[in-house]
Design a protein around this ligand. Structure first.
Ligand code: PRP
Ligand code: MN
Ligand code: MG
Length: 182
């Protein structure tokens, strides 16, 4: 375990098993709808890669694209409330069934903003999948269609999630030792 990790919240094998389940569920739901997976960089990059490979059987027309969004930035452990968007999608969204992929939905600010953006670009449907749902901290109303795990109100890192751009490559989700950000 990394020395700055207080405890492992979701071990690697537990993540893998749940991601495989989500992949099968999504494959069924999108069997006749051709999903476009839109990953939110940077946090979703690992979950997106694993989830995409678990969507089985592969729905016809499964495609991927990416957006960038950040609202925490630097050493902040609470949201700034302002979501900075970056990158344009390659894909015209008219008529597309978009599945927004997030590592975590915390206050919900980022996901809600992105869903509005995707709908505004003409998507036929927009659903959200997140590995982690920190529901005790939600401040905005948003519909999380698929969720890997409920997440306690602690600052979590790993499997894509960062503190000040560190720890994203840890293969598990863990709690950062408070002395590392105080
Ligand atoms: C994190 C996380 C989600 C968002 C969740 O992104 O990856 O995108 O915050 O928080 P919210 O529900 O309170 O909006 P961050 O802004 O840290 O950018 P990053 O993905 O580049 O780390
Ligand atoms: Mn993010
Ligand atoms: Mg971050």
């Amino acid at each position: 375990m990394h020395p700055n990790v207080l405890k492992v919240l979701v071990p690697q094998h537990t993540i893998a098993a749940r991601v495989a389940e989500l992949g099968r569920e999504i494959a069924q739901d999108y069997a006749v709808r051709q999903p476009l997976l839109v990953g939110t960089l940077s946090g979703a990059f690992i979950f997106m890669a694993d989830l995409a490979r678990c969507i089985d059987p592969v729905p016809d027309g499964l495609a991927v694209d990416f957006l960038r969004a950040s609202s925490y930035g630097g050493t902040a452990t609470v949201t700034s409330g302002e979501v900075k968007l970056g990158m344009q999608l390659k894909t015209p969204l008219n008529g597309r069934h978009v599945l927004l992929v997030e590592d975590i939905v915390d206050t919900g600010t980022t996901a809600k903003r992105l869903v509005e953006e995707l709908r505004g670009q003409g998507a036929a449907s927009v659903e959200v999948v997140a590995l982690l749902n920190k529901s005790p901290r939600r401040t905005v109303d948003m519909d999380l269609r698929y969720c890997g795990f409920e997440c306690p109100d602690e600052f979590v890192i790993g499997y894509g999630l960062d503190y000040n751009e560190m720890y994203r490559s840890l293969p598990y989700v863990g709690v950062l030792k408070p002395e590392c950000y105080q």
